[in-house]
Design a protein around this ligand. Sequence first.
Ligand code: PLP
Length: 438
Amino acid sequence: MPQYHPSTYGIHADDRINVLTDVAPPIHTSTTFRYPHNPDHLQPVPEDGEFMDLSTPLVYSRLASASTNRLETILAPLIYPAAKEEELDGSDGLANHVISYTSGLSAFHALLVNIVPKVIAISGGYHGCHGVIDLHKKMHSVKTIDLHADDATWDAAGLSKGDLVHLETPLNPTGEAFEIAKYAKRAHARGALLSVDATFAPPGLQDPFQWGADVVMHSGTKYIGGHSDMLCGVLATAKGAEGLKRAKTMRAERIFLGGVLGSLEGWLGVRSLRTLDLRVQRQSSNAERLVRWLHDCLDSKGEDQEAVKKVVSKVAHASLQESDMSWLKQQMPNGFGPVFSVYMKGMQQARRLPSKLRLFHHATSLGGVESLIEWRRMSDTEVDNTLLRVSVGIENWEDLKNDLLSAFKALADGAEGDEEVSVMNMEFRLRGAQVLEA
Ligand SMILES: Cc1ncc(COP(=O)(O)O)c(C=O)c1O
């Protein structure tokens, strides 16, 4: 069988399981499925618990449904871009290494339920994952240690076999990247597993398995969904017998966690994967151009540049990590993540800029076709209050640039200073929002 490019697999990876004549995937909503009519064909549930894979006939949609199976089937060649066609299929195939969940956080919870680590090395990144760990701390003894601490500190904390090193790269909210191979080596030297939250670099931009990840996690709500209309989480395990065993166990555990992706979301996900490669390429190149333009503005002279300099203090993005390019260019050979951050000169400017934009929605989340900007203090109490997180969409990049420039100019021309205003009421509201935020 030929091996195809991810853009081709996004359209055709499910052809082999498509027994219908529909060109567009049908919407299935049934929660339950008839057993065979012929009693001789009835197969009672095996007792080993690991009975399910993508070819198992449908029984009840908390176990699996047609649309979620289809989504996982298409995700496999995208998540394992180096896989040969014959590695994808069959009960041992890579499609069985990919498991979808109701959300990114339910996927992370499922991972912790599966591993039950005693020590987790983690630092910063999406605060929701820390919230999930807090729930586990409530249920059993697990402690966290700084991901970036040195080996001696990890060892003193007892990080060892059966524990977890959890790396988010690129990082929420700044878009900065970390070297996966370095953390894989450190984790494996201690018998620990490395999980990589690759939400900010979806398939096409980064293959964490190539650099030693044992488990890759995505908030599928972001680029995999891509249209800001579905929640989804994904876990995928490394190639090989150990990865397959873990995936089969997690698929079986998902039945009892109950966090199975809804059929309609599965269908939306299939719709989305058709264009994943196109969308992500465009978003990544748009982001890199915008970051380059902004960064150059901070370092050059001219009317536009002066307006930018008056309000912006710094831009953060993997494309600006010049001293890391020797490994970063290899880890992200096709472009950097489509999210970057802008630090404004003051909190008031960060708070006001989004309202001056026409093409960026002021909203949380990321990864959709539409550009978003978020004054991140709206949803994260820990973050620098001058930080704006930008999720770049698929619009024309120069339109986005001109929109940003007009907003910077309006802000620079305006009377708004950065006098400290009382944010007491807002802080109160934020505490509620943080729990709900994506
Ligand atoms: C890096 C990262 N991981 C995980 C999540 C959680 O995903 P979900 O909102 O789908 O639960 C998010 C959400 O923003 C995220 O940015």
